[in-house]
Ligand binder design. Structure first.
Ligand SMILES: Cc1cc2nc3c(=O)[nH]c(=O)nc-3n(C[C@H](O)[C@H](O)[C@H](O)COP(=O)(O)OP(=O)(O)OC[C@H]3O[C@@H](n4cnc5c(N)ncnc54)[C@H](O)[C@@H]3O)c2cc1C
Length: 564
């Protein structure tokens, strides 16, 4: 059996290596248009920033390793230019020489990835405007930055020599994860960074109140944000500076511009071959990665995938799914019955020592598709036992089905161990777990790593309290009329008050129940919702109508961010 694999990075390389492990006899040809196979594109922003200093560290494998270790004919600078499904052939062009050859296949796997969105804006090809997609892209950016501070520009009349002014101003266009990672790395390199984003928030998959927290954090670390503003064009100004002009009429001068406007599936080859394209513009495949032609498979950023939670087709450009899909295609070609479960978009981004992570459906996605059968909770547990040094709060939002408790999505922000909580919730979502399962999850614990009630358990317990009717809740944005009861200590009120709230500290509540009305709803708040839960239980058992305002004063901060 001869298998040709187009694309030699995440999905393609995983497929090739897996196929060899399953079939020692298969003839495997893997072609890659670029100069490297199996390189770490996820590391590119950190190479630009100098965290990963050597370019060679990004090159995970090479053609020769593929040949020696796996007997795979890996060819770089080799582009597939035409697929003929009826003849089962692929035309290949040697990028260096232009020579075209034709290879036949029994099975073809396509992992061509995505192309960077590059709208035809005036001036978009000016020198100094870059994208971050490949190793040569990162190299060009590093060279551009270094040239600015090192090169001798000419002879100065007085001093005798003159150097080019160091590059100091960067404009990053696009607030997705590649844009933000690159922006952070440019800040570390001493740049004054402006981030221009057309949407009214960074990190589009996050719900807006969480994105607002990220935005505040970026600004505190010196980044300037220009949200709700699209780029209109670029002009060459004096001294090699590029003026970035936006649709609102603003101009941001830049020594370097990074375009990070998102990606779209690379489907050029597939369209020409007449294979089916889905409603979101990606290659349509079944759960075994088969395209509309049973001998042609497709994986990675180029395909459409079923969203595991919403069941809708979506485009997810992430390395994990691409690698898993590559393995599945290899399994199926080798005769195994592997299937892709769909994806839930589990992601994380590190920014200035903190992390934002998410998995599954967001509140805005559920609202967009008209799904009303969900509830959300906000919680702010410590990353590990509070008495052990270094514990940091994690802001979490967990979304679940009201009708059956199924976990639908989660988002988290924090400076410590955000990843392990979202990873645990991600696998729970994939297993179809409910919030009752989270209550029972047995997770690692010792004081420096977690708590006897881990944030994941805590989320389950809080949500289960709601569904069991033990703790009716409300949210700041939807809180109706009623008495706002603040059960914090007076000293806490000195820091921040909830306007209009009556204060009865938790410790005095039992003795002062007579001060509370029985004819209206009491909305109970504290700092994070925990004491308010105790108070809500007490009030309910004493015949009051009470609700806990989820997340207390901490989630009020989110609500205020949205109002502002
Ligand atoms: C800067 C950056 C940072 C990222 N960070 C993360 C991260 O932190 N976490 C995460 O999950 N994901 C991250 N990603 C996304 C992740 O890298 C991709 O989702 C993943 O690489 C997709 O795998 P793929 O095989 O579909 O495409 P790719 O890995 O992009 O590989 C496709 C390859 O196919 C080649 N090709 C295309 N057409 C042809 C042709 N006709 N002939 C021959 N070769 C062809 C291309 O040259 C390309 O090298 C990042 C991506 C970038 C660019």
């Amino acid at each position: 059996m001869k298998v040709i694999i187009v694309g030699g990075v995440a999905g393609g390389a995983s497929c090739a290596a897996r196929l060899r492990r399953l079939d020692e006899k298969a003839e495997i040809l893997m072609v890659e248009r670029g100069p490297y196979v199996s390189y770490a594109n996820c590391g590119l922003p950190y190479h630009i920033g100098g965290v990963i200093d050597k370019e060679s560290s990004l090159l995970v494998s090479s053609e020769s390793v593929f040949r020696a270790m796996f007997a795979i004919d890996a060819r770089t600078n080799c582009e597939a230019i035409k697929i003929s499904p009826d003849k089962k052939t692929v035309e290949l062009r040697n990028v260096s020489t232009g020579e075209v050859t034709t290879e036949s296949y029994d099975k073809l796997v396509l992992s061509p990835g995505a192309v960077t969105v590059r709208p035809p804006l005036p001036g978009i090809d000016l020198p100094g405007i870059f994208q971050v997609r490949t190793v040569p892209d990162a190299r060009a950016i590093r060279e551009w930055i270094e040239r600015g501070s090192l090169f001798l520009a000419g002879m100065h009349k007085y001093s005798g020599f003159q150097t080019v002014r160091p590059k100091t101003r960067a404009v990053v266009i696009g607030g997705g994860f590649i844009g933000l990672e690159t922006a952070e790395n440019l800040v570390h390199r001493g740049f004054d960074v402006t981030l221009v984003e057309m949407l009214d928030q960074v990190l589009a998959p996050l719900d807006q109140e969480f994105a607002r927290v990220v935005e505040g954090y970026l600004e505190r670390h010196g980044m300037r944000l220009a949200l709700n503003d699209g780029v209109a064009g670029f002009k060459q100004a004096a001294n090699g500076v590029i003026d970035v002009e936006t649709k609102s009429g603003k101009t941001y001068p830049a020594d370097i511009v990074i375009l990070s406007l998102g990606v779209r599936p690379d489907t050029a080859l597939v369209k020409a071959a007449g294979l089916e394209i889905g409603e979101r513009g990606g290659i349509r495949v079944d759960d075994q990665m088969r395209t509309s032609n049973p001998d042609i498979f497709a994986v990675g950023d180029a395909i459409e995938v079923k969203d595991f939670v919403t069941g809708q087709w979506s485009l997810i450009a992430l390395a994990g799914p691409a690698n898993r899909q590559g393995r599945i295609a290899a399994d199926v070609i080798a005769g195994r019955d592997s299937r892709f479960r769909g994806t839930q978009g589990t992601s994380i981004i590190g920014l200035f020592g903190a992390a934002a992570a998410w998995t599954g459906a967001s509140e805005k996605t559920l609202n967009r598709i008209g799904d009303k059968d969900f509830e959300k909770i906000y919680l702010y547990p410590n990353s590990h036992a509070g008495y052990y040094p270094g514990a940091r709060p994690i802001a979490m939002k967990v979304i679940f089905r009201k009708s059956d408790g199924r976990l639908l999505g989660a988002q988290a922000l924090g400076e410590d161990n955000v990843d392990k909580r979202i990873s645990a919730l991600a696998i729970a979502i994939q297993m179809g777990a409910t919030i009752y399962d989270l209550e029972e999850a047995e997770l690692c614990y010792s004081p420096q790593f977690g708590s006897a009630k881990d944030p994941v358990n805590f989320a389950g317990m809080t949500a289960a309290n709601i569904l069991r009717g033990d703790m009716p809740i409300s949210h700041w944005e939807s809180a109706g009329k009623g008495l706002l009861l603040d059960v914090r200590e007076p000293v806490e009120l000195a820091v921040e008050r909830a306007p209009g709230a009556v204060n009865i500290p938790m410790g005095q509540l039992r003795a002062r129940l007579g001060e509370l009305p029985r004819d209206c709803e009491i909305l109970v708040i504290c700092r994070s919702g925990q004491r308010a839960y105790y108070a809500t239980r007490m009030l309910l058992q004493n015949g009051f109508k009470a609700r806990n305002l989820s997340g207390g004063m901490l989630s009020r901060y989110h609500a205020l961010l949205l109002e502002n």
